[in-house]
Ligand binder design. Structure first.
Ligand code: XIL
Length: 371
């Protein structure tokens, strides 16, 4: 139930989402927030009855979400994205599994659509991802026995993809999920076997940097909060890449966590990643209720823990030096679009419910940024 003020802000002629939710139209709220921000003041708390301000209006760093091109054809969701975030990451349509065709050709229709939407709305785009152990396309598997051909095709791919978005993509997950779980060290992959355990990564960073010298190049991985041994291996890999001369500019923690994760684990991971002095990303945050296997069991408890984890991440990220805060990206905005729904339809890992309405986690995340 919102107050007259809240209703006025939320109902200033904005269409109701077909899904019954409110398309967040906060022109007045956003304008006054930005005005406050421009004169160096912190955004005040939201007007009475308005649960939250646009995420990007509260944060002093870029706020992003992953998207799929077709989602942008939904006016309600496109409005939510345009209102709430300032950066987009193609959820899968800039991965090799989408771009690389069986004959070795490339397709860019979907990432081009996302890049155009971002440009039209003054947003940044982040590229995800170039080298991932999970990708084993047949085109490259056929080249595995011919080192020169493999290397040439690999170079052509990275150069073409990064070069296409030169000046439009602000950063890349050049290498994704390279470290095994539980301290098992670096993964082997089609790429490491063909080009070398460290060289396949160094080559990718060099090629990406040559194709777009202005793009920030990241190393990205998951479970860095819940698996300290993996986090240590991840940091050692980053140091090895730097020592090898790779143009590594930043570290990303995917931050796919479960609602029963111990308080403090997210903050510890962010602090450790920042310790190398590189840029830091929260690259894919969601907080699964279904994956929580600990003592917390009622839905209300899980949702409280979910809100607390989003707040912990916000506070720890905001505490980093501004030069290290590259972006804070959620792996989706609305629960209905979460990849985790395929694992458990009842999961609700994101900030907005299936109808695009903000959940308590939004207010918690924003309150943490005002502390
Ligand atoms: C996931 C996408 O969300 C799914 O749509 C896709 O089917 C599989 O990949 N870590 C990553 C992301 O780096 O690329 C993954 O995204 C989620 C885990």
């Amino acid at each position: 139930m919102t107050s007259p003020v809240g209703d006025a802000l939320l109902n200033d002629g904005a269409p109701l989402s077909p899904r019954g939710g409110r398309v967040w139209s906060r022109r007045g709220v956003l304008a006054s927030t930005l005005a406050l921000g421009a004169c160096g003041q912190k955004a005040q708390s939201a007007p009475p009855g308005v649960a939250s301000w646009p995420l990007k209006a509260v944060a002093r760093f870029p706020v992003g979400t992953c998207v799929q091109a077709a989602q942008l054809d939904d006016p309600a969701f496109a409005s939510l994205v345009a209102a709430e975030v300032s950066q987009l990451t193609p959820e899968w349509e800039l991965k090799m599994e989408y771009v690389l065709q069986p004959d070795g050709g490339y397709r860019f229709d979907a990432p081009d659509r996302i890049a155009t939407f971002a440009a039209d709305h003054g947003m940044r785009v982040f590229g995800h991802t170039l080298v991932w152990y999970a990708q084993r396309p047949a085109f490259f598997e056929r080249l595995a026995g011919d080192a020169a051909a493999f290397r040439n095709a690999f170079s052509a791919y990275v150069t073409a993809v990064v070069g296409r978005y030169k000046g439009r993509i602000v950063g890349w997950d050049v290498v994704n999920e390279q470290v095994g779980d539980d301290g098992s060290g670096w993964r082997t992959s089609l790429w490491s076997q063909a080009l070398g355990p460290l060289d396949h990564m160094r080559i990718a960073y060099d090629l990406a940097h040559a194709a777009d010298p202005a793009a920030a190049l990241f190393l990205n991985d998951y479970n860095l909060e819940s698996d300290p041994a993996k986090r240590a291996d991840f940091l050692r890999l980053a140091e090895a890449l730097l020592k090898a001369g790779a143009p590594l500019h930043g570290l990303g923690s995917q931050t796919h966590v479960a609602a029963d994760l111990a308080p403090g684990a997210v903050a510890a991971a962010i602090r450790d990643l920042a310790g190398l002095g590189l840029k830091v990303r929260i690259s894919e945050m969601d907080v699964s209720l279904a994956r929580a296997r600990g003592l917390v069991n009622t839905r209300a408890d899980l949702e409280r823990r979910q809100a607390a984890l989003y707040a912990e991440a916000a506070e720890a990220f905001a505490a980093l030096p501004p030069a290290q805060r590259f972006d804070f990206t959620f792996w989706g905005l609305e629960d209905s679009q979460s990849w985790l729904k395929r694992e458990d339809e009842a999961d609700a890992p994101l900030l907005f419910d299936d109808s695009g309405r903000p959940k308590p986690a939004v207010a918690a995340w924003e309150a943490a940024l005002r502390r």
